[in-house]
Design a protein around this ligand. Sequence first.
Ligand SMILES: Nc1nc2c(c(=O)[nH]1)N[C@H]1C(S)=C(S)[C@@H](COP(=O)(O)OP(=O)(O)OC[C@H]3O[C@@H](n4cnc5c(=O)[nH]c(N)nc54)[C@H](O)[C@@H]3O)O[C@H]1N2
Ligand SMILES: Nc1nc2c(c(=O)[nH]1)N[C@H]1C(S)=C(S)[C@@H](COP(=O)(O)OP(=O)(O)OC[C@H]3O[C@@H](n4cnc5c(=O)[nH]c(N)nc54)[C@H](O)[C@@H]3O)O[C@H]1N2
Ligand SMILES: [Mo]
Length: 680
Amino acid sequence: MPVPSDAGVRVVRGACPHDCPDTCALRVTVQDGRVIRVQGDPDHPPTHGALCTKVSRYHERTHHPERVLHPLKRSGPKGSGRFERIGWDEALDTVASRLRAIAARAPEAVLPYSYAGTMGLVQGEAMALRVFHKLGASLLDRTICSSAGSEALVATYGGKVGMHLEHFAESRLIVIWGSNSITSNLHFWTFAQQAKRQGAKLWCIDPRRTETAEKCHRHLALLPGTDGALALALMHELITRGWLDEDYIERHVEGFDALRERALQWPPERAAAECGLQADDIRELAREYGTTQPAAIRLNYGMQRVAGGGNAVRLVALLPCLTGAWRHRAGGLLLSSSGWFKGVRDDAALYRPDLLAGPRPRTINMVTIGDDLLRETSDAFGPKIEALVVYDSNPVAVAPDSARVARGFAREDLFTVVLEHFMTDTADHADIVLPATTQLEHLDVHVAYGHTYALLNEPAIAPLGEARPNAQIFRDLAQRLGYSEPCFADSDEQLARAALPGVDFDALRRNGWVKLTLPDAPFAAGGFQTGSGKAQAATPALGVADYVPPAEGRHAPLAARYPLAMISPPARNFLNSSFVNVRSLRDSEREPLLEMHPDDAAARGIADGALVEVFNDRGRYHCRARVGERARPGVVNGLGVWWRKFGVRGTNVNQLTSQRLTDFGRGPTFYDCRVEVRPA
Ligand SMILES: Nc1nc2c(c(=O)[nH]1)N[C@H]1C(S)=C(S)[C@@H](COP(=O)(O)OP(=O)(O)OC[C@H]3O[C@@H](n4cnc5c(=O)[nH]c(N)nc54)[C@H](O)[C@@H]3O)O[C@H]1N2
Ligand SMILES: Nc1nc2c(c(=O)[nH]1)N[C@H]1C(S)=C(S)[C@@H](COP(=O)(O)OP(=O)(O)OC[C@H]3O[C@@H](n4cnc5c(=O)[nH]c(N)nc54)[C@H](O)[C@@H]3O)O[C@H]1N2
Ligand SMILES: [Mo]
């Protein structure tokens, strides 16, 4: 892949690499080897020429004075952040020899840890998984975000599929459920606004009064983790008022009788008590949802990070099947569109699971890294984790129960390699830091989970300093490990072509993006991706979808000592823990905050702006109280995800969250967390 020349001003086609449903098409302006502007592609329908504040500052991140631009080796105690510069040869030789020595005894003692720092198919897992498969390293269950909802959606529709983003513009009723769209799905919000201007009614279901909730006509601020009860009460009303599409149910829904029986146990009064809502508001939403067509639901992952998150997604996903909303292209539901790409991808060609020789290695869940790094060798667990290779992730900041995570990363006997752009909380704990390129410096291809376009990202500038693309770092490592299969020599362009055999690569090169060819109203006549072609309300293996209350809800014994529920949703100017170190964006967020309702604050003698201690049995976290109506009574909002080292006392909100897993998908329960607050 030739790197473009440095002279003059050029505009290069790119794609936003971040973990966000929008996956924007970019136009990157380069002058004299520097990126001077990053803009949204006006021709790409979902992007519509607009970018979020963060990504329009992407060049500030790439050309940041604190970029890690050379390999580093630790020269102080773990976590001290003291490092010295070394060359690539020394760095790669050290990593290869340590991994080889450990793998010779116990390959599963090596663990890769990665998530979606980049969503690119080339710089994400392609070469990395080939290397770890060949090494026989432990497998990683990549569950930290969406696996509860994803598995639940697959259980219901047979795939991670839903409405087309663009069709929300034609909906008459939109329910925005567990999503702060203006913060985390801005390009959906554009279409919702279009619908609103044409008279559509917008409802928002979110414990927090977000900027999105403020702009909807109605906001139901339910207690976290109670969405399943609300969905059942809506069904109760649809059933008892006769707002069902009996014909659609008869032909295209499996297990409705069992579901009906469940829903009849949830009159609005019962759900109102469980959810902390008014029964009349539930009735009103049910009436509007049951009598308006086309009606659309934008569900997002915010509501599935609780003990019953999977069942809640099953229940909500069944609503449009009961009213026949799917008959219209502007009706139905969107949680994820990523399953639509199945037909054009070839994951086996990319990730080469065939390189896994011998017995299948054990799987470690990334959510429980806090506990797992502290485990000794045992029959049940297998070998103690001796080496960790982290890329595209910042687990010391983003994983739950972070006091334990930090303790694990501080182990002197753990060999830790971190591929990064910056000295994050995780990189501070590395033995070897390897400098990685950013999206502006490497080639990649992308699919999306909030729309149905594949995208290409061309490198805009040459790698800065001695940074290398992830794929190249793993190629270099494979060579030092003596791996001679031809797949370890594949170039980035070969990987890009192998990733998406169903997409015309030359068209991607010409336009920057290609739209998938899909039916307009995918389930108008059923045709779900399940075995039977029906949406599944109940299956023999899973039983009927049901409400599973939060593990740390109001009725949990823990609630006596910790009377407040805490959620920790994304801050608008950060993306998880990315961008926290970009000055202009951090200045907009100012400092770590806990939003509290005035009643809860007054009861504890806490004034707006006071320093508070938020605590539970897992730890304590200090931040500023922001007293106001964004928080509902009984719920506090600790906006995420700050770097610990920018925190008041070197911690962040994950000091409080638990490693407990969801009912589906072995996912995290970040928003199922009880705390108490006192003035610090
Ligand atoms: N600016 C910005 N954009 C982002 C991100 C970011 O950090 N910052 N993160 C990205 C990532 S990783 C993802 S996964 C996507 C999706 O990101 P998500 O993490 O799903 O974020 P949101 O869509 O904002 O949804 C969170 C919303 O759900 C609400 N919520 C919390 N608990 C509950 C509950 O029990 N029930 C209901 N109904 N609502 C609840 C929160 O208050 C919040 O407003 O967005 C991506 N986009
Ligand atoms: N309390 C709380 N915790 C949360 C959440 C929450 O809402 N509340 N959200 C959760 C969710 S939804 C998610 S998805 C996870 C996200 O957790 P992570 O996937 O760890 O996301 P980030 O914090 O953005 O960290 C990504 C890191 O990858 C690096 N990176 C980016 N591109 C590249 C690259 O090309 N190469 C290399 N080597 N590195 C790169 C970035 O510099 C950054 O430090 O966090 C979860 N944690
Ligand atoms: Mo996420």
